[in-house]
Design a protein around this ligand. Structure first.
Ligand code: PLP
Ligand code: TYF
Length: 401
């Protein structure tokens, strides 16, 4: 029956983990997948999450199905976290929102909703480069994937002129995907002034902005600061789509906690949109899982735990920043590694786009047991005081060839 099914390639990101697991060398380092690790290289369960879990368990919750759009308290608090309590869309109750299977599921519901109901275009513009999964995800949702320039290889920075030119050249009312903060894979975000300019172009061209916010809190250490772009667009009168993930900022990766929302014109429109979100979700997976949403809600709903959580997010962000400093200093100053490494310090969020070439990443895996994606992206959280020297020396050797 399946003799015509061809073998597919491994996932470019998750395939790295498989190669890492198969390597038996004790010095091996996995900088592939973007998952936070503590200073001992171990997965990190946030203390606030542990407390939240105790609160959930002590209430002896049942295992009934959630509504199609998830735990209502959780989605309400998730919207507050993203849009802010001061936002008009929150005050006026015009945010249509559903719980989702983490950020990926939120993007997929959004893709399906736009493919079915956005009347103006099927084209979605993604930054080049972008998170690899965006491309098949939106294609499989029934949208037509296109690109806008984002990364400038020469400056190892934002190609702001290219970005503006490409958005201006896009057909009116196209959909544009924007990484809300901590762009994956480049670690390069627009400045607030640049965001304001992007917002103006989006308005002028009547583009539809779809924000992917997978790292709220991870870029700056502050969830409010990291929501700047989303809140600015909303304050400028844009209607937006938003995918939220709690995988990284609460460390709830495998619990699959997220939300998808659309801002709407008025409460009646919101109610119609809500009804269509349910119609999309019901035949996909019926209703979302319980446990993670309860944990996230227990944090978002409790002032003390919320404060504790924010400081733990900042702790993760700060540890990554200290690894950036250390890696930069070791490569640039101590080892004098050929090239300019300042971008490692200036990039933000989970990743650094090192500029290492595909052959260099291959050599690093084969000779040094150091694993990263072929585009030279490293997950900064995989570095720690025990392995960073070895990593820097391995990079130095790979660059010198
Ligand atoms: N969007 C971006 C840009 C990401 O980097 C990720 C995860 O790495 C996601 C979305 C979704 O992740 P998850 O489905 O685990 O929330
Ligand atoms: O490292 C990255 O960019 C992501 C991480 O279900 C990831 O691809 C891994 C598994 C998953 C979603 C995201």
């Amino acid at each position: 029956t399946w003799s015509n099914v061809p073998a597919g390639p491994p996932d470019p990101i998750l395939g790295v983990t498989e190669a890492f697991k198969a390597d038996k060398d004790p010095r091996k380092i996995n900088l592939g997948v973007g998952a936070y690790r503590d200073e001992n290289g171990k997965p990190y369960i946030l203390p606030s999450v542990k407390k939240a879990e105790e609160i959930v368990q002590s209430s002896k919750p049942d295992k009934e199905y959630l509504p199609i759009t998830g735990l209502p308290e959780f989605t309400k608090n998730s919207a507050l976290l993203a849009y802010g309590a001061e936002s008009d869309v929150i005050k006026q109750g015009t945010v249509a929102i559903t719980q989702s299977i983490s950020g990926t599921g939120a993007l997929r519901i959004g893709g399906a909703f736009l493919a079915r109901h956005y009347p103006h275009s099927k084209a979605i513009y993604l930054p080049a480069p972008t998170w690899g999964n965006h491309i098949p995800l939106f294609g499989d949702s029934g949208l037509e994937v296109r690109k806008y320039r984002y990364f400038n290889k020469e400056t190892v920075g934002l190609d702001f002129e290219g970005l503006k030119a490409d958005l201006k050249a896009a057909p009116e009312q196209s959909i544009v995907l924007l990484h809300a903060c901590a762009h994956n894979p480049t670690g390069i975000d627009p400045t607030p002034e640049q965001w304001a300019e992007i917002s103006d172009i989006v308005k002028e061209k009547k583009l539809f902005p779809f924000f992917d916010m997978a790292y709220q809190g991870f870029a700056s250490g502050s969830t409010a600061k990291d929501a700047f772009a989303v809140r600015h667009f909303v304050s400028q009168g844009h209607q937006i789509a938003l995918a939220q993930s709690f995988a990284k900022n609460m460390g709830l990766y495998g619990e699959r906690v997220g939300a998808f929302s659309l801002t709407t014109a008025d409460p009646a429109e919101k109610a119609r949109v809500d009804s269509q979100l349910k119609i999309i979700i019901r035949p996909m997976y019926s209703n979302p899982p319980l446990h993670g949403a309860r944990i996230a809600n227990a944090i978002l709903n409790n002032a003390d735990l919320y404060t504790q959580w924010e400081s733990e997010v900042k702790g993760m962000a700060d540890r990554i920043i200290s690894m950036r400093e250390k890696l930069y200093t070791t490569l640039q100053k101590d080892l004098n590694t050929p090239g300019e490494w300042g971008h490692i310090k200036s990039q933000i969020g989970m990743f650094s786009f090192t500029g290492l070439t595909s052959p260099q990443t291959k050599a690093l895996a084969e000779k040094a047991h150091v694993y990263m994606t072929a585009d030279g992206r490293i997950s900064m959280a995989g570095l720690n005081g025990n392995n960073i020297e070895y990593f820097a020396q391995s990079v130095d050797a790979a660059v010198r060839g």
